[in-house]
Each structure stands twice: as C-alpha cells, then as structure tokens.
Design a protein around this ligand. Structure first.
Ligand code: SAM
Length: 246
C-alpha cells in the first residue's frame, strides 16, 4: 500500500492494541485517518484538528456521517466525531482527557516558534496516555530519484512546506528530551521499509515515535474531573466545523 496508508494502518494497529476510547488527530488534513478509525468499536470519541479550514472541507463529509448501515446495525457503544479548526500549538480544554493523540506528518510543518510550543501543549497540557508522532526520515532521502547532494546550498525536502526534515538522530534526540521532560517513555519505529537495493542502513521512509505516559495517575487527576479544569482554565479557541453522532 502507499506510504500514507501504511501510516494509517500503523495507527489502526495501535488502536487495536491499546483500545483507546478517545482519540484525537492533530493536523488531520482531509480527516482520512478518522474515517479509518471510526470502524473500531472501542472508540467512542474521535476528534480531528487542523489549522486550515480549506483542507478540512476538501474531505467528503459523508464519509464521517452515519450511513444507512449504521442505523440498521447500530454500534454497541456510541461514537461522537468532531472536527475543529485550530492549531496544535494552542490549548483547548476540549482536548483534555484523551487516551491517544496522533500527529501524522505534522511537526515538520511547524516553524521553529510553533515547534517550541508544541511539546508543552500536547504533552504538558493535553497530556494523553499515548502520543504517536510521525515525520519524514531525512536519512532515507538519498534514495529519492531527484535527490541531488551536489546542488550547492540546497537542502532536499520532500515537500516545499516542510520547515525541516530530521535524520533519525535528530528526531530521536528531540523525542527523548520531550519524553523525559513530560514523563513519557518513547519507542522508535517507522513505515516504508527501504528497497532491497539500498546499500546502507537508511531506516524507514517515515519515522515514528510512540510515547506512553509513565504515571497515568499523576498529571491526569485533571482528567478524572475535567470540569474543574475547564472552569479553572477553560480555553476553547478551536472552532467546531463538523459534528456527527452514531
Ligand atoms: N495528518 C494528515 C495525513 O497524514 O494525511 C495530513 C498531513 S499534512 C502533510 C499536514 C497537515 O497539518 C495539513 O493539513 C496542515 O494544514 C496541518 N497543520 C499545519 N500546521 C498546523 C497546526 N499548527 N495545527 C494544526 N494543523 C496544522
């Protein structure tokens, strides 16, 4: 399957393994990952957040709305889907208390100022039990046919909107620091294995960090009583652009 689907399948595996009830996807784009996840019976709340209204509207609303089949054969547990226009580096109290937050090909689109805010918002404030972050692996880039190491001053980027592409070492250095600061463990993996003719170890095309909160009881006391937290710091800057209930 194409690489983007391999990333979604990776998240589906995580959902199968950990059975999260509340899942949020930051930088959800056309919300295709949410369409993949709505079929998991354990999931009761699915949230997508993206900065751009345009990219949210590109997706076909019908795919996230209940179908006739959903009425004929209803789910055992209710499912609520909400899409917000908002930024992954802005706190919104409706994102508190999640079991899983995914950021698939998001961080490389953040400028240095936003990248610096990102850990405090996602790990410090939203503080979900699990975080999955994927980003391009620059070590793999020499395998792209248009990669030109001799072009003076140029840095090869897979997409002109990428503010950076990190080597495995750079990503792991950043991720380990974040994990340490916010008391998570992190494991590294990826999708998109290199072709057999690659003659050195370049790693996966997409690198992935899976972060697990070390003491779910600790900072998440706020998760047990989200209302108290909401009234204390009830930021709600995100704008609802779509809602569906199953
Ligand atoms: N996650 C989707 C996927 O895998 O198909 C889309 C990935 S796309 C490469 C990156 C997305 O991040 C875009 O939809 C972009 O609008 C969004 N984005 C960029 N900066 C953001 C921010 N600060 N907060 C939320 N979304 C952001």
């Amino acid at each position: 399957p194409p690489l983007y689907k391999q990333r979604y399948f990776f998240v589906k595996e995580i959902v199968n393994q950990y059975k999260p009830k509340k899942v949020a996807d930051l930088g959800c784009g056309s919300a295709t990952l949410l369409c993949f996840l709505k079929h998991h019976s354990c999931v009761q709340e699915l949230v997508g957040v993206d900065l751009l209204m345009d990219s949210l509207l590109v997706w076909n609303r019908d795919r996230l709305s209940p179908l006739v089949a959903d009425h004929i054969d209803p789910r055992d547990l209710d499912l609520r889907i909400v899409l917000y226009r908002g930024s992954a580096v802005e706190e919104d109290s409706r994102l508190l208390g999640f079991d899983l937050i995914t950021c698939i090909e998001l961080i490389e689109h953040l400028d240095s100022e936003d990248l610096a805010k990102f850990p405090e918002v996602v790990f410090g404030y939203f503080s979900p039990t699990l975080v999955v972050i994927s980003t391009p692996n620059a070590d793999y880039n020499p395998l792209f046919p248009d990669y030109n190491p001799l072009s003076p001053g140029s840095t090869f980027r897979r997409n002109p909107d990428h503010k950076f592409e990190w080597s495995r070492e750079q990503f792991q250095h950043w991720a380990l620091n974040v994990a340490k600061r916010y008391k998570y463990s992190v494991e590294f993996t990826g999708v998109g294995a290199p072709p057999p003719w690659a003659n050195k170890d370049v790693g996966y095309c997409t690198q992935i960090g899976v972060f697990k909160k070390k003491q779910p009881g600790c900072r998440s006391c706020i998760l047990v009583k989200p209302d108290a937290r909401v009234s204390e710091r009830g930021e709600r800057p995100y704008e609802v652009v779509f809602k569906a209930s199953f």
